[in-house]
Design a protein around this ligand. Structure first.
Ligand SMILES: [Cu+2]
Length: 190
C-alpha cells in the first residue's frame, strides 16, 4: 500500500503544479499582452511567411510586425480574407493579381488604381479592429506595410465569438503564398 501511495502523492503534486503554472502564466502575460500577440512577417530559412500564435482571445490586441527587408522583398499586406478566398494552387497564386481575384481585390480595398499608390491604409471595415474577412465581393480588414522596414500595426481582435471560436484567415496580396490563420477564442466568462 505504501508503494502505491507515493505515486498518488506525486501525481497530486504534479497536478497542483500544473494548475499553478497557467495561473502564473496568465498573470505574467497580462502586463505584456501587446508583445505576446504578434504575427511576424519573416523571410530567410523557410522563405517569406507569416509566423504567429495559433490562438488569440477576442478583445486582445494583435500586432503585425514586418521583419523582412522591403528593399529585398518589397512590401506586404496583412489582409483578412475568407477561407475560400485563399489561393490554394500555384495557378491560383499566379492569377491572384488579375481582375476578379483576391490579390487585386485587396489592392482595390486600399484604393489602388492601376499602378497607382495605396490611398487607404489600413483598410478598416466592420467594427473597429480585426474582424472582417474579405473576398472578391466584400471588403475586408487589411494593412499595407509600406516600403519602410520594421513597420507594424496593433489593433484589437474584434471578431464576434458569441457563437464560439472563429478562425481568421489572412493573406499577403503581394506574395500570395504567404497565408495563415489564427483561431479567435471567446473571452472567458466574467
Ligand atoms: Cu508579402
Amino acid at each position: 500500500m505504501k508503494q502505491r501511495r507515493l505515486p498518488i502523492a506525486l501525481a497530486a503534486g504534479i497536478l497542483a503544479v500544473a494548475v499553478a503554472i497557467p495561473t502564473l502564466a496568465s498573470g505574467a502575460s497580462a502586463g505584456s499582452s501587446a508583445t505576446a500577440n504578434t504575427i511576424f512577417m519573416k523571410d530567410g530559412k523557410g522563405g517569406l511567411r507569416f509566423e504567429g500564435p495559433k490562438t488569440i482571445v477576442a478583445g486582445e490586441e494583435l500586432t503585425v510586425l514586418n521583419q523582412t527587408n522591403p528593399r529585398q522583398v518589397g512590401p506586404h499586406t496583412f489582409s483578412l480574407v475568407t477561407k475560400g478566398s485563399l489561393p490554394k494552387t500555384a495557378k491560383a497564386r499566379q492569377l491572384c493579381f488579375t481582375p476578379k481575384h483576391i490579390c487585386m481585390s485587396i489592392a482595390k480595398w486600399h484604393g489602388v488604381k492601376g499602378n497607382g499608390p495605396v490611398k487607404v491604409n489600413p483598410v478598416e471595415t466592420g467594427v473597429a479592429g480585426w474582424d472582417t474577412l474579405g473576398s472578391v465581393t466584400k471588403t475586408g480588414d487589411s494593412w499595407f506595410t509600406g516600403e519602410k522596414p520594421k513597420t507594424s500595426i496593433t489593433q484589437p481582435v474584434s471578431v464576434d465569438t458569441s457563437a464560439g471560436p472563429s478562425r481568421m484567415y489572412f493573406l499577403c496580396a503581394i506574395h500570395p503564398w504567404m497565408q495563415g490563420s489564427i483561431n479567435v477564442l471567446p473571452p472567458p466568462a466574467s
